[in-house]
Write a protein that binds this ligand. Structure first.
Ligand SMILES: NC(=O)C1=CN([C@@H]2O[C@H](COP(=O)(O)OP(=O)(O)OC[C@H]3O[C@@H](n4cnc5c(N)ncnc54)[C@H](O)[C@@H]3O)[C@@H](O)[C@H]2O)[C@@H](O)CC1
Ligand SMILES: Nc1ncnc2c1ncn2[C@@H]1O[C@H](COP(=O)(O)OP(=O)(O)O)[C@@H](O)[C@H]1O
Ligand SMILES: [K+]
Length: 514
């Protein structure tokens, strides 16, 4: 499991550790890891550290201190190091002294440079931008977990020059300008090829849009003692393998779970077929389809138990999926919401579900909106959900007392207690899941942005619910398999949703093999 902790938690853990260590030891530990990562990159890209050109962008806090110490380390190994001090009077004094002792140079950006014009077109500004353009490696120590808002205007031309130069850009702890706790990018932020982060991942490194700015992320341990419950967690193969339902000698189709699918309409029969396609690969022992597309479903999947009457006339199931392609018929949604089994609500079902009926449910509910559907439920613009995915998922989960899987470039799964900062996620004791951490899916690919792939996901997650997984586990395991299946199926070329469904067993095997 990969985990991320909030800034508040990181700060508390750092305070505890610093109290037990000599002055400055923690920063030197972080800087040593940072210098090693940079030396590694220079060795690979440029051939060696000796003679390479390194530029440090240095802000006013300890993030700049990390960069200065790491720069000193590289200078001692023969790199030509130039530190651009964005607030010279507040640059980390001991770090700066260490850099100067090691032979590093500085360029000082003064208020006059910053005020000169937007292009930093003064002597110092021009020298700084020119140094960045010539660099082999640029280290971003402008701001770390102490940052608020986007880059200040004087840092923007330097960040742009770094992005356009051939240099490898390494962010210290976080790319400057992104929000560490939320993954939001409200102004300009620096784009890194690599982020070297200290002690733990921060939520912003795992959630878009900030995640995009971080490039690949390397974690340097500094000995922090962190609490058991993180803010965010990302499943990995071994975690998923432990959660996948595997039949044993005692199993029969009913014990493995029956999943009911209430999806599709005369207008959208394909949604029913795709949801069933996902459900058949999700580990339930049988798939029951109830709705107007029964003939289409049976023609494609003869193993499905079909009925063209509503869900309430269908036989017993252990979980329902309702919504994909049902159009405007609220009947099936109301019927499944009163069932005392887990229910997954997707697509049209999200619009048609009565909020109070969802909140009144005692069995788990898993809602699976994309950003547009989430925005409609929250009464905000889609862009607002995309900019603040974590907040949107938590807000929806809280409002509906449900587990929410917010689809998109980083799919999130938030339980109903995910916003209350502690306690049991499953406030109603209804098996929505254990733990408050929001799950973030690491396997997605943008090739999944293809019509119908969400229907496959809802069938897959519903099947896992029927097999007995909690809403949080079913949602996050389904997103993981679906993302992996998307990657396998696409392999760098466009795919259709049915290809994704067909690739799920391969993804499952891949996970089981470790
Ligand atoms: N506290 C510790 O023990 C450790 C901290 N470490 C480093 O210290 C960092 C945190 O240091 P600080 O608390 O000094 O905070 P930062 O270095 O992140 O930022 C400090 C200052 O930057 C200014 N600032 C805020 N937003 C800005 C923006 N958008 N643009 C420009 N300036 C802005 C503010 O004046 C703020 O006080 C971590 O991210 C990490 O890199 C590491 O050395 C590991 C140990
Ligand atoms: N940019 C993206 N990167 C990764 N995954 C994406 C991206 N855009 C969409 N997806 C995934 O593709 C699927 C699309 O689902 P959805 O929006 O419901 O489409 P549909 O309604 O056509 O089935 C979801 O699993 C979603 O997470
Ligand atoms: K930084």
């Amino acid at each position: 499991m990969r985990t991320a902790y909030s800034v508040e938690t990181v700060r508390a853990a750092e305070r505890d550790l610093m109290a037990r260590l000599p002055e400055g030891a923690l920063m030197r530990r972080a800087a040593a890891g940072l210098a090693a990562a940079c030396a590694d990159l220079l060795g690979r890209g440029y051939g060696r550290v000796y003679g390479s050109r390194v530029v440090l962008l240095v802000g006013s806090g300890d993030n700049g201190g990390d960069a200065l110490y790491a720069g000193a380390g590289l200078a001692r190994r023969g790199a030509g190091v130039t530190a651009v001090l964005l607030t010279p009077e507040r640059a980390h004094a001991a770090g700066l002294a260490a850099l100067r002792r090691a032979g590093g140079r500085t360029v000082e950006i003064t208020d006059a440079d910053a005020d000169a014009d937007a292009d930093l077109g003064t002597d110092a500004g021009t020298a700084a931008v020119a140094a960045v353009r010539r660099a082999d490696l640029v280290m971003d120590g402008i701001v770390g977990i102490g940052g608020t808002g986007g880059l200040r205007p004087e840092a923007v031309p330097l960040a742009e020059a770094a992005e356009r130069s051939g240099a490898t850009v390494v962010a210290v702890d976080l790319p400057s300008g992104v929000d560490a706790d939320t993954g939001e990018v409200r102004g300009t932020a620096l784009r890194a090829d690599l982020t070297v982060t200290f002690g733990t991942h921060k939520p912003g490194l795992l959630v878009d849009p900030a995640r995009e700015y971080a490039g690949s992320v390397r974690l340097v341990g500094i000995g922090l003692d962190l609490p058991a419950e993180p803010e965010l967690e990302a499943l990995q193969h071994a975690d998923v393998a432990r959660l996948l339902p595997v039949p044993g000698a005692e199993s029969d189709k009913y014990r493995r779970g029956v999943v009911g699918i209430a999806a599709g309409s005369a207008r959208y029969p394909g949604a029913a077929v795709l949801a069933v396609a996902g459900a058949l690969r999700g580990g339930a022992g049988a798939v029951r389809y109830a709705g107007p597309a029964a003939r289409d479903v049976i023609a494609r999947f003869p193993e499905t138990l079909v009925s063209d009457r509503g869900p309430k006339h269908a036989g017993r199931v252990q979980a329902w999926v309702v919504g994909p392609g049902i159009g405007d018929d609220a009947g099936p949604v109301a019927e499944v919401l009163v069932a005392d089994v887990p229910v997954l609500i997707d697509a049209d079902g999200l619009r048609l579900a009565d909020a109070s009926a969802v909140r009144a449910r005692r069995a788990p509910t898993l809602m699976t909106p994309h950003a547009g559907e989430a925005a409609a439920l929250l009464g905000v613009e889609r862009e607002e959900v995309e900019a603040g995915r974590l907040a949107a998922a938590r807000e929806l989960a809280g409002r509906y007392g449900a587990t929410v899987l917010l689809k998109g470039s980083t799919t999130l799964v938030a339980g109903p207690g995910a916003g209350d900062g502690g306690g049991n996620e499953d406030g109603k004791g209804n098996g929505n899941g254990n733990g408050t951490a929001v799950r973030v899916n690491p396997t997605g690919t943008s090739w999944l942005a293809t019509a119908g792939s969400g229907d496959v996901l809802s069938g897959l997650a519903g099947s896992l619910l029927a097999a007995g997984l909690s809403a949080r586990d079913a949602g996050s395991v389904a997103a993981y398999l679906h993302g992996l299946a998307g990657r396998h199926a696409a392999d760098g070329a466009p795919v259709g949703a049915h290809d994704v469904a067909e690739a799920v067993p391969g993804a499952w095997r891949d996970v089981m093999r470790g």
